[in-house]
Every structure is written in C-alpha cells, then in structure tokens.
Design a protein around this ligand. Sequence first.
Ligand code: 1PW
Length: 239
Amino acid sequence: LSVCPGQRFQIVYLKSHLQDSLFSGNDLLLNPYLASWDELIKFLEALGPIVGIISQEIVSKTAIIRDLAEKADTEAKKKWTQRTELTNGSKVDQMLPNGYSSIRSMIIWELEKGVVDFQKQTGSGCRTLLRLHRALLWLHNFLQELGREEDVKGNLRKPSDLCRETYQRTLARHHSWLVRRAAELAFLAIPERPYFYKLVCVKTQAEMSVVLNKVVRAIELVYVRTETALQEHGMLDLP
Ligand code: 1PW
C-alpha cells in the first residue's frame, strides 16, 4: 500500500469524524457526518474495483447533500448581505444561518421549504440521508462481524461471507434485483483477512477486534441518532 496522506483509508480519521459529528444531546453535525462517509468510501474503494464502482453511489449521495448545503448557504448569504448593508455592511460570514448544519436542522429546514415528498421520489437531503443511513447499518454490521474473535473452535469466517450475510439481512431489502446481483459480484472479490489487517494497520485478529469495536461503537451512536431524528418525523420510508 502506498502512503499518500488524505488518500489512503485511515481508521483514526474515521473515528474522529464520527465523534466530531456527535454534537449536542440528540443531533448530528452534517459536515463531520459526511466526512465520516468520505473515509468509509476510501475503505470501500480499497476492497477492489467492483466494490469501488458500487461505492460511487455513496459518493453521489454525499455530493447531493453537499450541493444542497452550498445552495442554501449562498441563498442565506444574499439575504444577510442585504440586511447588513442597511446597518453597517460588514462581517456577516460567521453568523450565517444554514439549514444544513445538522441533520435535525436539515429536516426542519426541508420540511418548512416543502421539499420533502412523502409520496414520490425527490432529490431532498432527507431522502438522501435515509439512503446513507441504511447503507451505514450494513457497514456497521459488517465491521462488527469482522471484528469478532475466533469462535469456540478457533474458526474465523471469510470476510466475503460476512459481507454477503450482513448485506442480505440489512441493505438488500431496499435494493432492486439488479443492484442485489451487482452486490453479489462485488462480494466474490472481497479480500481475505490479512488484507483487512493491513488496511487497519494491525497484525492479528485480536488487534483488529479492538480497533474495529471502537469504530463500531462510534458508528452505533451516529446511527441511533439519525434513526431517532428520521423516525420522529416519520421519514424512515421516504421514497
Ligand atoms: C463491501 C462490499 C460492497 C460495497 C458496496 C458499498 C456501497 C453500498 C451501496 C450500494 C449501492 C448500490 C447501487 C445503488 C443503489 C441505489 O438504488 C440505492 N442506494 C443506496 C445507497 O442504497 C437507493 O438509492 P435511490 O435509488 O433510492 O436513490
């Protein structure tokens, strides 16, 4: 593996972005949430070209939310500039209200703007977040299984089997037949354990368990908060 800062997957970055997103009691900051996905995408891309292609879908989902945030920011800036020009005309940038700073602010903002459609498919941040959220459950389950120590007989399951099983019990139900077939192809090419040891910079399964379990717990906190926020607004089935 060639080391290129910012390009290669680094589990410490993933953990710190996840932790950074856990702002206030029940909310999540969107920037670090999306930054966590940037790291997870690097992780997925390291698993081979087919997984890499499939994970482009995640790249485009994160891009949708970032674009919406940028548009909202530009809009807000215009309004603020008009207001401050009437008074003293400067230093407004730090005070900009942005509907996309956290997942709860995004939910409220999009509901107020009427861009969330509960009947038909749209490009809202909320329905996009729901797609990422569902995919995160799969990654959570996969990393959790990968982090388990040997069973009583001293056996370790193949990562590719773990990947397939966790997919089938989580994300698969939300996917079309075609996407499920594509995922099957990707699972065939999932590398063996030693590759994952390298990826997370450890030498043994015991060490990998320690490292992965910490990340899995951080993902759990993020997942539960997203789930609660979406559920409170009846958004767990957005088309
Ligand atoms: C670890 C081995 C496999 C790695 C794959 C990692 C990517 C996981 C996401 C799979 C995406 C498959 C292709 C697209 C599926 C979309 O139909 C689906 N998107 C997601 C993120 O599940 C639903 O989005 P849509 O069509 O309602 O906009």
